[in-house]
Design a protein around this ligand. Structure first.
Ligand code: ADE
Length: 223
């Protein structure tokens, strides 16, 4: 998988990709992540990427030219399966969408800012719009990191324990059951006996029941 992220704030995206699972996935060459500073594609002498909105009103709008130049440059280097614009009014990111996207290979993620991008970018240059939730962030960078993380951890070989992503919340339409580790008793608070029994079938049954119970309580719409 290759992910090219276009942003006017590249520094914001440094840390999510330079630690832990996302860092290891890149070291293992399972994913390549490239961050592109949109300002480098501006022809303006001040390297600006935004301008006032036609028709007036508060807030700046990201212009089409630097975005078009950047996307065209990237597309001259390779083919992309999706050009995704991160936007609060996009399709909501769910585990199902992350699963679907993780099967594709090359992505461009475009981070919005200010009042958003010139509508012609959305009409002509992008293939999909994704939101990470019904709230507004200051920009698309954190959303791009979330979408990337959700996709990258599903690539075979990225997680050490291959089965781990399969037992995540939402993968089977249920949230994950509770987990415990040593000590078996702390401060008088005990781990459920069944988990210490060594009886695999009973443990699996208990986990499933707990998942169903938790889903009913926390995400009843999933059932
Ligand atoms: N940009 C600003 N808010 C966002 C959100 N909730 N999801 C995706 N991109 C965004």
């Amino acid at each position: 998988m290759r992910i090219d992220i276009i942003t006017c704030l590249p520094k914001l995206l440094e840390s999510p990709f330079s630690d832990s699972i996302l860092k290891r996935a890149q070291e293992k060459k399972l994913v390549e992540v490239a961050i592109h500073d949109l300002r480098a594609y501006s022809l303006d002498k001040h390297k600006s990427t935004d301008d006032y909105a036609f028709g007036g009103g508060a807030g700046m709008v990201m212009g089409i030219e630097p975005i078009h130049r950047c996307i065209s440059f990237l597309q001259s280097e390779r083919q992309y399966d999706e050009v995704i614009y991160l936007s609060p009014d996009g399709e909501l990111l769910t585990q199902a969408l992350a699963n679907q996207l993780s099967l594709k290979k090359n992505f461009i993620l475009l981070c919005g800012h200010y009042k958003g991008v010139d509508e012609r970018v959305r009409e002509h240059l992008i293939t999909r719009e994704v939101s990470i939730g019904d709230y507004v962030l200051s920009g698309g960078e954190l959303a791009a990191a979330v979408v990337s993380d959700a996709m990258i951890r599903l690539i075979p070989g990225v997680l050490n324990d291959e089965s781990s992503a399969l037992t995540d919340s939402f993968q089977d339409g249920l949230v994950a059951p509770p987990v415990y580790t040593r000590p078996a008793e702390y401060n008088g608070w005990k781990v459920p006996d069944v988990l210490l029994s060594g009886h695999e079938a009973k443990i699996n049954e208990w986990r499933h029941e707990e998942s169903v119970k938790r889903t009913k309580e926390r995400r009843p719409k999933l059932l």
